[in-house]
Write a protein of this length. Structure first.
Length: 94
């Protein structure tokens, strides 16, 4: 984390990944599903099952990221908290 007033973006990597996921939820979650699928291949799962897992994971997560759904609402709440934190820092500096 950066020191207060340094002007650096001190959001966590998870928050940055949330921004990426919000921009492209299906693609992001398909990649995550495929990465998990690679681990499943190590445990001798059939490649078709791995592909089906990745597609179903991406589809469910994409659905939950749609406007008004739970993951989207959580993301918006975090974005509001981040904006409030930044505004408070600006007030303290100014």
């Amino acid at each position: 984390m950066s020191e207060p007033g340094s002007g650096r973006d001190d959001r966590s990597n998870l928050e940055k990944l949330d921004d990426l996921q919000a921009a492209r939820p299906f693609t992001y979650n398909l990649v995550v599903g495929l990465l998990i699928g690679l681990l499943l291949l190590v445990f001798s799962f059939h490649p078709i099952l791995v592909l089906l897992y990745a597609l179903s994971y991406a589809s469910v997560r994409w659905y939950l990221w749609q406007e008004g759904r739970i993951l989207h609402r959580q993301y918006e709440a975090r974005a509001v908290r981040w904006a409030e934190k930044q505004a408070e820092r600006r007030r303290q500096r100014g």
